[in-house]
Write a protein that binds this ligand. Structure first.
Ligand SMILES: Cc1ncc(COP(=O)(O)O)c(C=O)c1O
Length: 394
């Protein structure tokens, strides 16, 4: 039975590049310096942990799957319950809205805006609703109706454009310039957008601080984390290096084959844009351009870049839901599982596993960045109701 479940992963050999530009102490002159100051990290933690409803999300052990993949340990950070918004993104956009408006007495005169495939926009809309300012969200043509409804439920005006995510970003910036709105972006094209995107990432750092505490000194050997524009990955590897220095885990970024902007940038040795011609099912990772603020950190600390095909996504979601190796059932959305799928695919191919130094001693961390943020989509991809999986996990 488990062999059947994992068979599909043997058909998926991930694309792999090892980062040749990785920072080492001998090339210290290329060091871009830290992304965050200690004060910024402390402030985001103190602020967000004081918000109503704050609770650290769980770090779950998957010993059954670890045994099956022949690694020593797998830990899964489950962001499904984050502030009732369903993803780690709840920490970023809302924190940037909060930070920008904290000192502004007349918030009702302010409009914030962003482009989104769902999660980031929901965070911005939630932050705007809490702050009492207006919010306009741009979504592209493939964003699901469920995600559009969720944005509206937080009081946002939603504009659906023709075209892909990158086009929605362009239209958002145009409208912001014409109307004097504030763009709360989770990515930056150049230095001018860096500051807001950096504050968003400082919000994500709260999740990383939780992980470091939950690990209680048990530093993993590997981290597999999914990449969209790279803001999440940059935050994770930056904070791990701050915490553990040279003892930080091997850092592996996993992207969809259909949207490999980080992978391609590594190949070229510089940040390059790629065209998203066909939408990946991993909607949150469907990005053609790496965030400018994230890239120097990623280039410095990432060890490996992987790409995975879409056909392993639903089986990974299903595997987490079923817990076939007697692990606790987990509800994970389609953009949550790329890291884990990358790990499973790598472990099924001996040459890749060896290139990544994955073996029986490996202790692997993956970050389940969202729960079922679109329930209808979750149910159509897994054939399971969210409720039934949640009930089984109690
Ligand atoms: C659930 C989920 N995981 C991962 C990511 C990737 O984050 P980033 O775009 O910062 O790389 C996103 C982005 O929207 C997301 O929604």
């Amino acid at each position: 039975m488990p062999d059947d479940i994992l068979a599909v992963f043997a058909d998926a050999l991930p694309g792999h590049i090892e980062n040749q530009n990785r920072y080492s102490p001998s090339t210290a002159e290329n060091d871009p310096g830290p992304l965050f100051s200690t004060l910024e990290l402390r402030t985001s933690r103190n602020t967000i942990s004081a918000w109503p409803g704050y609770q650290p999300t769980p770090l779950i052990r998957l010993p059954g799957l670890a045994r099956y993949l022949n690694v020593r340990e797998i830990r899964y950070k489950d962001e499904g319950a984050r502030f009732g918004l369903g993803s780690f993104k709840a920490l970023g956009g809302a924190y940037a809205v909060y930070s920008l408006l904290a000192s502004n007495p007349d918030r009702s005169a302010i409009t914030v805006t962003t482009a989104t495939d769902g999660n980031h926009g929901l965070s911005v809309a939630w932050g705007a609703e809490s702050a009492g300012c207006r919010c306009v969200i741009f979504i592209h043509e493939k964003v699901s109706a469920g995600r559009e409804r969720a944005l509206k439920s937080k009081g946002a005006d939603v504009i659906r454009i023709d075209g892909n995510y990158d086009e929605s970003v362009r239209q958002c910036y145009r409208a912001a310039a014409a109307n004097d709105w504030i763009v709360i972006s989770d990515t930056s094209k150049d230095d001018s957008g860096n500051e807001v995107a950096r504050v968003v990432m400082a919000g994500y750092s709260v999740m990383v601080a939780e992980i470091i505490e939950q690990l209680a000194g048990d530093v993993p050997t590997h981290v597999f984390v999914q990449g969209g524009v790279g803001g999440l990955a940059a935050t994770v590897c930056e904070c791990f290096h701050l915490a553990w220095g040279e003892a930080a885990p091997r850092f592996v970024i996993v992207e969809p084959e259909l949207a490999p902007c980080l992978f391609e940038s590594c190949k070229k040795g510089e940040r390059v844009a790629t065209d998203v011609v066909e939408e990946t099912v991993m909607a949150g990772l469907s990005c053609g351009e790496v965030s400018a603020i994230a890239w120097p950190t990623l280039c410095r600390f990432t060890d490996d870049f992987l790409t995975i095909p879409d056909f392993v996504v639903a089986p990974t979601m299903r595997l987490l839901a079923d817990g076939p190796f007697f692990d606790p059932p987990i509800v994970a959305g389609e953009s949550a599982v790329a890291g884990l799928a990358g790990l499973i695919c790598s472990s099924r191919h001996a040459s890749l596993a060896s290139a990544l130094q994955l073996d029986q001693a490996s202790r692997v961390l993956v970050i389940g960045t969202e729960g079922a943020t679109d329930q209808a989509l979750y149910e159509s991809m897994t054939g399971l109701s969210v409720r039934s999986v949640q009930r089984a996990s109690i």
